[in-house]
Design a protein around this ligand. Structure first.
Ligand SMILES: *Cc1c(COP(=O)(O)O)cnc(C)c1O
Length: 366
């Protein structure tokens, strides 16, 4: 059996460091906003090259709190992509704003930046690009659009920890970058967790208040906030993995490039495209194939996991029917019908990759 991700293998590789760290954390008993959360925030800020980071309870909360802190509110519109996980658009709704979906580029699967300007109205307050599957969006273009129209930019970096554009990390372009430490993400904990990055001291301060019941000083509350703190035990695990993130990501790229070299030769299959704008960290390896059912069945029959990210673009989700009546985004709709994600994780061995390729090649050639 080859899974989509092998969390067990990664744990075994780090077992001593994580076990000792967790035991020390249990002895220490500083469970809420303890020393490891603070240290992790500093180490993350240094890694990302940003002035501030604020650990929160999940990637979804990172987006939610960042939108509040950015002043996005009821009646506003936020331009984003329909080809993403639901949380991106949920967070926009949490603050009472409306997600405005623009179609995607058929090669990078990222938001088509040529279509953003047409989607801007008087109510547009922010652009929320998602670095989908770990490939950075062209942030220069986004930032100049935002500047021209006086819009905030919030980056959804849930799938792009460690991805960069010429050395500048995703999460270091917009007003805020929102990261998720869901276990299967490039940098994953052993439970939920998230983080917001920013170069604004004011925004960081507001986020610290928001994540902790609107409290700027114990039992002094300046606004209604949330209970959304990064967990101390998760921070211990994340600190151990942060040291190795570049190595993990390079190994994801190794897997991806081995797949792509072989799949490019198979008729009917389009390997994912690196647009060269940034450094892709392959949160997912997502190809396009017309006879998807056949390939999927062959993989399953051979004990190889695969997945469809994403089978229904957000503008066609029931929950957004009212917002999106009659909206047609043909590229997202076609990609949703053809996309197939293969196992990609740092520990995947060349022999396993070759087996997967062999199964796909046989299935594709009938
Ligand atoms: C995982 C993910 C999120 C949500 O993160 P959680 O930590 O699961 O709340 C948001 N956006 C994208 C693109 C994601 O992949």
């Amino acid at each position: 059996m080859i899974p989509m991700v092998d969390l067990k293998q990664q744990y075994l590789d780090l077992k001593e460091e994580i076990d000792n760290g967790l035991l020390a954390g249990l002895e220490e008993t500083k469970f809420i906003l303890g020393p490891n959360v603070r240290a992790f925030e500093e180490e993350c800020a240094e890694y990302l090259g940003v002035d501030h980071t604020v650990g929160v309870a999940s990637g979804t909360d990172a987006l939610h709190l960042a939108l509040i802190a950015a002043g996005v509110e009821k009646g506003d519109e936020v331009i984003t992509t329909p080809f993403t996980f639901i949380a991106t658009a949920e967070a926009i709704r949490y603050v009472g704003a409306t997600p405005v979906f623009v179609d995607i580029d058929p090669q990078s699967y990222n938001m088509d930046l040529n279509q953003v300007e047409d989607a801007i109205t008087e109510r547009t307050r922010a652009i929320l690009p998602v670095h989908i599957f770990g490939q950075p969006v062209d942030m220069d273009t986004i930032l100049s659009l935002a500047e021209r129209h006086d819009l905030r930019v919030i980056e959804d970096c849930a799938q792009s920890f460690g991805a960069h554009i010429d050395g500048r990390q995703t999460g270091n372009f917009g007003l805020a970058g929102c990261f998720s430490f869901f276990p299967s993400k490039n940098l994953g904990g052993y439970g939920d967790g998230g983080l917001v990055s920013t170069n604004s001291a004011e925004l960081a301060e507001h986020l610290r208040v928001l994540r902790n019941h609107g409290s700027w000083k114990q039992y002094h509350h300046s606004e209604i906030g949330f209970n959304s703190r990064l967990d101390e035990l998760q921070a211990i695990i994340l600190r151990a993995k942060l040291k190795r993130i570049d190595n993990y990501n390079e190994n994801r790229r190794r897997v991806a490039h081995r797949y792509s070299a072989a799949l490019a030769e198979i008729p009917g299959i389009k390997p994912p495209y690196e647009d060269g704008i940034g450094h892709h960290v392959y949160h997912q390896y997502t190809l396009l194939v017309e006879n998807r059912d056949t390939i999927q069945q062959a993989l399953r029959d051979n004990g190889i996991a695969c997945a469809i990210y994403y089978p229904i673009p957000l503008h066609q989700q029931e929950v957004f029917f009212d917002d999106c009546q009659g909206l047609s985004l043909p590229v997202s709709e076609r990609i949703s019908q053809q996309c197939l994600s293969l196992p990609v994780f740092p520990e995947l061995k060349d022999a396993q990759i070759d087996r997967i390729l062999d199964v796909i090649s046989k299935a594709a050639n009938g």
